[in-house]
Design a protein around this ligand. Structure first.
Ligand code: ADP
Ligand code: MG
Length: 495
C-alpha cells in the first residue's frame, strides 16, 4: 500500500533503483536519437525519464529534466482565453527556455562539466535569445464581392518587428451572394539568435552531450503545442550534441499543424529526425504471458524492497519469494491481467486487494474486487461526458460480453483508428493485447487484438452476494485469446 503512485513523488536515485526495463526499452531510450515517448496515464513515462536522467549523469553527460506542468510563474496564463494565442504562445516559449536555462545552470555547474567560462557566456546568450523569441499571428481573410474572392494573408498581430505583410492575392471563385470576412488565425514563431546560443552551449559542454528531457507535454494547451514543437524542430533538434526526449499522451498531443503558406509548423514525427516510441506497445507482452508476470513481479519486488529496507524488515531474496509471501497460488497472474500493462493501475489494484485481504494472503476474489473498485473509482467516470465513446463501449459490451461471452475481440486496424475507440483506449477502458494479427484468407487486412478492461468486465458480472463463488473461480474471467479472425467485429454492423 505504501508504494508511491506517481514517479514524481520519489527521489531520482530511488527511481533509478526501482526501474524495470520492459524488454529492450531501456536500450532504445538511451539512444541519442530524438524521441517522443508516448504512453497512457500511469504507463511509467516520468519514471522512465528520471531513470534515463540518472543513467545519463552516470555516463558523464548532462541531463536537463523539465516538467512542463510547472513552468512559468503566472498561473494559468497559457490557458487564459482572454489572451491571444500569440501572447500565450510567446509566454510559453520564453518560460520553457528559461526553465531549461535554470536547470542547465544548476546541473552543469554542479558537476563542473565542459568549459565552464564558455558555458556561462553561452547561457547568457541563451537568456538574451530567449527574450527575442516571439509568436506571431497572421489571419487569412476572404472577402467575397461579386463572385470574386479576394484572399489575403495579412498581419493581424505583431509582437515582432521582423515580419513582413505578404502581398494580397486575387483568385476567382464560384459566385456567392453574400459578402463575408472570415479569418483563420495561423501562427508562427520568430527565433532570432536562438540557434547560435544553443550551439554555443552544446560546444561548451563538449565532450558531454546535453539531453533535454521534457515531461508532461500533453499538459500544454493543444493549440500551443505545435508552436513549442516548432521551436524545438528549428532550433534544438538540428543542434549537434543535443538529444531531445519528450513524454506525451498520444491522444492529447498535437506536434504539428498546417501553416498559412501550405507548409506546416511543428514536428512531423518520423520526418523531422524525431521518432515515436510507444510505452503502451512495450507493455504488450503478447503471447509470452510469463514475461508480463516477470516484469510486474520485478516491479513490485523492487518497489517493496525499497520500502522494506527503510523499515526493520529484511526484504525477501527475490521476486518469486516475495510473490509467494503475499499472494495465494495462481493469484498474481490474475493481478497482472487486471493491470492491463499499466504500472500505476497495477500498484493501485494491488493496494486495494491488500486492503481486502487484511492479513491473509491476497486471493483471486481480492484481486477481482480490487479491479472493480479501481474501475469504479478511477476509470469509469472519464467518459461520462463523452457520449459517443460511452455509446461505443455499450455496443462493444453487448456484442463481446453479452453475445460472445468473451472479453477480447479483434478489430480491423483501420477501424481501430476510429476516434471513439481511441478515446476508450486513452481512458484505459479498452486495451490492446496484441497488434497486427493477420488473416491468412485476406493477407491485406491486419487486426488488433483488444480487450475490454478487466475491472469493467468484473463489474458487469459482479453480484454483492456471490453465492456461486464466481469471484474465486479460476475461470471467472475468460482467457485472453484471439484465434478466429472471422470473429473480428464489423464496425459498420455494430453501429
Ligand atoms: N518500468 C517501471 N519500473 C518500476 N516502476 C515503474 C515502471 N513504470 C512505472 N512504474 C511506477 O508506476 C507508477 C506510475 O509511473 P509514472 O512514471 O508516474 O507514470 P506516467 O508519468 O506515465 O503517468 C509510479 O509509481 C512508477 O514508479
Ligand atoms: Mg508522469
Amino acid at each position: 500500500m505504501r508504494i508511491p503512485r506517481r514517479a514524481e513523488s520519489t527521489d531520482r536515485s530511488t527511481l533509478a533503483m526501482t526501474f524495470v526495463s520492459a524488454g529492450s526499452f531501456s536500450a532504445m531510450l538511451h539512444s541519442t536519437d530524438h524521441q517522443i515517448l508516448y504512453g497512457r496515464r500511469g504507463t511509467g513515462k516520468t519514471h522512465a525519464l528520471q531513470y534515463l536522467s540518472d543513467l545519463i549523469e552516470h555516463t558523464g553527460d548532462v541531463p536537463v529534466y523539465v516538467d512542463l506542468r510547472t513552468i512559468g510563474s503566472a498561473e494559468g496564463i497559457y490557458t487564459d482565453s482572454n489572451l491571444s494565442p500569440a501572447v500565450r504562445g510567446t509566454h510559453l516559449l520564453v518560460d520553457t527556455l528559461e526553465a531549461i536555462q535554470d536547470e542547465l545552470l544548476s546541473v552543469a555547474f554542479g558537476c563542473e562539466i565542459g568549459d565552464q567560462d564558455a558555458l556561462l557566456l553561452a547561457l547568457e546568450a541563451l537568456a538574451e535569445a530567449a527574450s527575442a523569441v516571439k509568436v506571431v499571428g497572421e489571419v487569412e481573410q476572404e472577402t467575397t464581392v461579386n463572385g470574386l474572392v479576394e484572399s489575403s494573408a495579412g498581419l493581424e498581430l505583431t509582437v515582432s518587428p521582423t515580419v513582413k505583410v505578404s502581398a494580397s492575392r486575387r483568385k476567382s471563385a464560384s459566385a456567392q451572394s453574400r459578402s463575408r470576412r472570415s479569418g483563420i488565425e495561423r501562427h508562427h514563431v520568430v527565433f532570432g539568435p536562438l540557434s547560435r546560443a544553443l550551439r554555443a552551449i552544446a560546444n561548451a559542454l563538449r565532450p558531454a552531450r546535453l539531453w533535454l528531457l521534457l515531461d508532461e507535454w500533453s499538459s500544454v494547451p493543444l493549440d500551443l503545442q505545435p508552436l513549442l514543437a516548432d521551436l524545438l524542430r528549428r532550433s534544438v533538434l538540428p543542434t549537434p550534441g543535443i538529444t531531445v526526449k519528450i513524454a506525451a499522451i498520444e491522444r492529447r498531443s498535437r506536434f504539428s499543424q498546417p501553416s498559412l503558406h501550405g507548409d506546416y509548423i511543428g514536428i512531423e514525427i518520423g520526418a523531422d529526425a524525431a521518432s515515436a516510441v510507444s510505452l503502451d506497445d512495450h507493455m504488450i507482452f503478447d503471447n509470452a504471458r510469463s514475461s508480463a508476470q516477470e516484469f510486474f513481479g520485478q516491479l513490485f519486488y523492487n518497489h517493496a524492497s525499497a520500502r522494506l529496507s527503510t523499515m526493520i524488515y529484511q526484504p525477501p531474496p527475490d521476486p518469486e519469494s516475495f510473490i509467494e509471501a503475499t499472494f495465494q497460488r495462481n493469484t498474481f497472474p490474475e493481478l497482472v491481467r487486471a493491470a492491463e500493462g499499466v504500472p500505476r493501475d497495477a500498484i493501485n489494484i494491488a493496494a486495494l486487494a491488500a486492503q481486502h485481504a487484511r492479513d491473509e494472503l491476497i486471493d483471486l476474489s481480492d484481486v477481482r474486487r480490487a479491479a472493480r473498485d479501481w474501475y469504479l473509482r478511477d476509470k469509469q467516470s472519464v467518459i461520462n461526458t463523452n457520449e459517443p465513446a460511452r455509446q461505443m463501449l455499450r455496443l462493444l459490451i453487448d456484442e463481446v460480453v453479452g453475445r460472445r461471452r468473451s472479453r477480447t475481440f479483434l478489430l480491423d486496424q483501420l477501424d481501430a483508428r476510429q476516434e471513439t475507440i481511441d478515446d476508450l483506449y486513452d481512458a484505459r477502458l479498452l486495451h490492446v493485447l496484441r497488434r497486427g494479427i493477420a488473416d491468412p484468407k485476406s493477407p491485406g487486412t491486419l487486426y488488433d487484438g483488444f480487450a475490454i478492461d478487466y475491472g469493467c468486465y468484473v463489474n458487469l458480472n459482479f453480484k454483492p452476494r456471490d453465492r456461486g463463488g464466481w469471484l474465486n473461480s479460476p475461470k471467472g474471467v475468460p482467457p485472453d485469446e484471439f484465434s478466429r479472425v472471422k470473429e473480428a467485429i464489423d464496425m459498420a454492423k455494430l453501429e
